[in-house]
Ligand binder design. Structure first.
Ligand SMILES: [Zn+2]
Length: 66
């Protein structure tokens, strides 16, 4: 798939979108979507769906989304 998925920051394999989760954000108290990403090595990352320029963060609860 030739979309604009970023590489995994840890192992540099292409990331695949794992969908969206709705979570509360402490910054501004809003409920906002996180975009999930995972690579072939099962690293999980996520970022704010409305802040695509922010760096990927390690997903703290990967078990929930397997
Ligand atoms: Zn990885």
């Amino acid at each position: 798939m030739a979309d604009d998925a970023p590489p995994c920051p840890e192992c540099n394999q292409p990331l695949r979108s794992g969908g969206l989760v709705l979570v509360g954000r402490d910054d501004d108290g809003r409920r906002t979507c996180r975009a999930l990403w995972r690579c072939a090595g099962w690293h999980m990352w996520w970022q704010w769906a409305d802040r695509p320029d922010d760096p990927l963060e390690v997903c703290p609860v990967p078990k929930l989304f397997r």
